[in-house]
Design a protein around this ligand. Structure first.
Ligand SMILES: [Zn+2]
Length: 406
């Protein structure tokens, strides 16, 4: 099947915006992009911006039953985690919870998704929505007796992912305060052996830095309260760079958040930008009231950066457009085009897929989203700015060349 889509603006990310441009799709691929209409079957989408499908590089679909962020803005991470644990205890996640999140994610324009999961994802629904999914199995193991069972779960998740045609498997050792360094080293080795990516929450809060450096603070007290404070996890004397060096041993690593990465950490990641990325979650960052995010430094260093929504427990919805707009508000000196690039090509690069996804170019997969543009100003200097300064939602999406109607 071959057809063309015409739009007021095409934002290919791989090149400059095209005014009154046209994208031609053949089956699940982009055939051409430019000004001429390459197929007699052409749909004029009107006053919209057509951009690559959005790539959400971090979420937790199993918290999709949460109506609004838990706790209150600005609260300490440890107290917020208490709310999350309480919620999971009172409302255990079911496949329906994950499906709810997957549906919301697709409806809000995400075409590729990296999810932290407790189990294999609902393959049929993933397939029917046409979303490309990486399912990162969450590993939690603060004590030595948890290492073997966690590695067994990891092995079977990776084996299930290798068998599946509808999703890819990865591993997510949760965070420095919930994963023994030994478990992390072994998860990284498994990632390298099986060519599966690793994602870890890292440098998310000041309290986490204190825990890594000195083994003290609220995270130590949390582990003591849970009777899970092994010497091996709370010994202190480590740095973020130690964790990054371990992650560098993985096949590919996503550093989730990285809110408090120091210059040397950023330089380390930039030196490995082909295999290591940072995932910035702007609305979650805002919810906790962290120090300003070092986005400008990361961009200047050449770090690979993707965007994520994180879960509904810290973000109002699973839409990446909201994250892009929040990032623009918080980093007004960064060009809007650069921020859109993080949510498309940046996500593709983080997942090792920039040869297939993240731009509108011939040969790339036909994953596209259309966002309505305001009609009053027909000749904006920067269509990216026009797109991001409006609050219009995603109007339509195409996954693998198929239009998705919700
Ligand atoms: Zn997270």
């Amino acid at each position: 099947m071959k057809y063309s889509l015409r739009a007021r603006w095409i934002l290919p990310v791989a090149g400059p915006p095209i005014d009154g441009g046209c994208v031609t799709i053949q089956d699940d691929r982009i055939l051409s992009v430019g000004r001429e209409i390459a197929s007699p079957k052409c749909h004029d989408l009107g006053d919209v911006a057509l951009l690559p499908g959005l790539i959400n590089a971090h979420t937790h679909l199993d918290l999709s039953d949460v109506d609004a962020p838990l706790g209150r803005p600005g609260m300490e991470m440890v107290d917020w985690l208490g709310h999350v644990i309480q919620h999971r205890f009172a409302h255990p996640a079911t496949p329906a919870t994950v499906e709810k999140g997957l549906y919301e994610t697709a409806r809000l324009g995400t075409t590729t998704l990296a999810d932290v999961a407790q189990d294999a994802p609902p393959a049929e629904m993933v397939e029917s929505l046409g979303v490309e999914l990486w399912s990162f199995l969450e590993l939690i193991g603060p004590t030595a007796n948890r290492i073997t069972p966690q590695l067994e779960r990891a092995e079977s998740h990776l084996a299930a992912g290798a068998r599946s045609k509808s999703w890819h498997a990865g591993l997510s050792p949760h965070a420095p305060y919930s994963v023994l360094p030994d478990l992390l080293v072994r998860a990284a080795a498994l990632s390298a052996e099986r060519h599966a990516p690793l994602a870890m929450h890292l440098a998310e809060s000041r309290e986490e830095l204190e825990f890594v450096r000195h083994g003290q603070g609220p995270f130590r007290r949390m582990l003591e309260n849970l009777d899970a404070c092994d010497d091996g996890i709370a010994s202190g004397g480590l740095s973020m760079l130690d964790y990054l060096r371990t992650l560098a041993g993985a096949y590919r690593a996503l550093v989730i958040h990285g809110n408090y990465l120091a210059d040397e950490d950023i330089a380390f990641l930039a030196g490995r930008a082909d295999r290591m990325a940072v995932v910035y979650c702007p609305r979650t960052h805002a919810f906790f009231g962290h120090d300003p995010y070092p986005l400008e430094k990361m961009l200047a260093a050449g770090t690979t950066i993707a965007l994520g929504t994180d879960s509904r427990a810290s973000s109002p919805d699973l839409g990446l457009l909201g994250e892009i707009r929040e990032a623009l508000r918080r980093h007004p000196t960064v060009a809007p085009e650069t921020i859109v690039r993080l949510a498309t090509l940046g996500g593709a690069a983080a997942l090792g897929q920039k040869h297939r996804l993240g731009t509108i170019e011939p040969g790339r997969r036909a994953d596209l989203v259309a966002v309505a543009l305001p009609t009053q100003s027909r000749t904006p200097a920067d269509p990216y700015r026009l797109l991001l300064e409006s609050d219009a939602p995603v109007a339509a999406a195409w996954r693998r060349g198929r239009p998705t109607v919700f």
